[in-house]
Design a protein around this ligand. Structure first.
Ligand code: ZN
Length: 489
């Protein structure tokens, strides 16, 4: 009879200590990505504490509470493969380097590859660089294989595998998820192909898009005409703050760092350091449209972090499935894909708003095609326990199936998400559909200009404030067909 209260007290102190370690770690990782100096030894010590603390949970409490079990197992798996991840980061910057091509005076490397391709109109140069990097991916292969296997083995000690862990956190079955991805990718393939042909005419002078004209090339290239000049007098940060405020959401507590610092990550990011009191966004100013997209996206994460109630449990504050976390970032980013919003909130002419939304729609189609291949490959990699070579072969087949272009199979190893995360790619697709469904629900309740409605903001707050405790079924059916139809129009 006395055992129960004692356990609860123990669990509470375990959570308190877990949060202390989490916050300490988060701050240092934030500093690392923000290009600020930080204490590496201190970070290593936090990592060690996190590993020991997770092990202590698994030893004393076993498999319940489930969320803490899942968090702890993942933390152990990550800690055990952490060195391989760091090694791969090192190899990326030291070995994936061109001896021929330069960007702003420096040799093009893994980190500047996308910038180079977006700026270069020389297809032959892009092809040569791509082929060269594909060949050099062999330096990464053994590290990726060892890390994935190491994670699998670490999890096996706790009778769970990476796929099962991921699916349980995302609260979805393998069959449901693979069929969701497949429906989305297959339905949109012909529509994507038509759009790709259209934009190839504009961008590639009528030549067919090839494997080296990838998502990142088109995604950026398609907006070239807006790179230097975006016809709006507004700035992204005040605009997103104002938009949220009108919805009754207070994002002013989110800290923003927009300084241009050496060593700062090129892509924007949001870091919930301590939920809900210390949430930070970091970005580097690039072209104006990218600034808007990045800022609206990251503020979607930011408002999530600062809206979670202080009295929510540790696990609801810090274990939020990616398929949930990305809903709100995509939701706010998607405002920029809405013609009415572009006209009324940013002051674009009808013509500009139509053109911009059309181009965003193409990017969304490309995203679905590319991520259908990415997601299916990763899901089947874990399910069928494939080797890296088998995964490469499958990847080639899938790019052909969903995009109509056969990629060299090793391409995924050079991606920034695919080899870096154990799974994750399907979460983007899940969240995109849910963000679309959420916007539709708010539109049906409050009209086309739901972003002007405080009541819509109140509905959003209900979903944001519970963190990982969210009930996604309250607004989402995860209906691939509905989403596909909207993009097919
Ligand atoms: Zn995001």
């Amino acid at each position: 009879m006395l055992a129960l209260p004692k356990n609860i007290t123990d669990l509470d102190s375990w959570r308190k200590q877990a949060e202390r370690i989490e916050v300490g770690k988060n701050l240092l990782y934030y500093k690392q990505s923000a290009g600020l100096s930080f204490d590496k030894a201190k970070l290593a010590s936090y990592e060690k504490q996190a590993l020991e603390h997770s092990r202590a949970f698994l030893k004393s409490f076993g498999k319940e509470p489930r969320a803490l079990f899942l968090m702890s197992v993942d933390a152990v798996g990550r800690a055990k493969t952490f060195k391989l991840q760091m090694k791969a980061h090192g190899v990326r910057s030291s070995k994936i380097v061109s001896t021929k091509f330069k960007l702003q005076g420096s040799k093009v490397n893994w980190g500047s590859w996308r910038q180079f391709t977006a700026q270069s109109d020389d297809s032959q140069a892009r092809k040569e660089l791509y082929d060269d990097f594909i060949e050099k991916s062999k330096f990464l292969t053994p590290l990726i294989a060892a890390r994935f296997n190491g994670y699998r083995q670490a999890l096996a000690e706790y009778e769970i595998d990476p796929l099962a862990l991921y699916l349980e956190i995302e609260k979805i079955s393998y069959e449901r998820l693979t069929s969701f991805v497949d429906t989305l990718g297959s339905t949109l393939r012909p529509i994507f192909r038509d759009a790709l042909d259209d934009y190839s005419k504009e961008i590639l002078g009528g030549n067919q898009a090839e494997y080296y004209d990838d998502f990142y090339f088109f995604r950026s290239r398609v907006f070239r005409q807006y790179e230097k000049h975006l016809p709006t007098k507004y700035e992204p940060v005040p605009k997103v703050l104002y938009t949220m405020k009108k919805m009754g959401l207070d994002a002013s507590k989110v800290k923003v760092d927009s300084a241009n610092r050496k060593g700062k990550s090129a892509s924007a990011f949001c870091f919930p350091i301590k939920v809900p009191t210390d949430v930070r966004i970091c970005y580097r100013k690039s072209n104006p449209l990218q600034n808007f997209s990045g800022v609206f996206h990251e503020f979607g994460h930011g408002i999530h972090g600062v809206s979670i109630k202080t009295n929510e449990s540790y696990e609801n504050k810090y274990l939020i499935a990616m398929g949930v976390a990305e809903i709100f970032s995509i939701f706010f980013e998607n405002l920029l894909h809405d013609k009415t919003f572009l006209q009324e909130a940013l002051g674009f002419t009808n013509e500009t708003a139509v053109d911009i939304t059309r181009r965003f729609r193409f990017n969304e189609l490309f995203f679905v095609a590319f991520y259908s291949a990415n997601s299916t490959m990763k899901l089947r990699y874990w399910k069928e326990q494939l080797s890296i070579e088998q995964a490469n072969a499958l990847y080639s087949d899938l790019t052909e199936r969903f995009m109509g272009i056969r990629y060299p199979g090793k391409y995924w190893q050079l991606h920034h998400v695919m080899p870096e995360y154990f799974l994750y790619s399907p979460s983007y697709m899940i969240a995109s559909v849910r963000a679309f469904e959420l916007a539709n629900l708010l539109r049906s309740r409050y009209g086309d200009r739901y972003w002007n409605e405080e009541k819509a903001g109140k509905d959003l707050y209900e979903l944001l404030s519970v963190g990982g405790g969210i009930d996604v079924d309250s607004f989402s059916k995860l209906d691939a067909t509905g989403y596909a139809n909207s993009l097919g129009q």
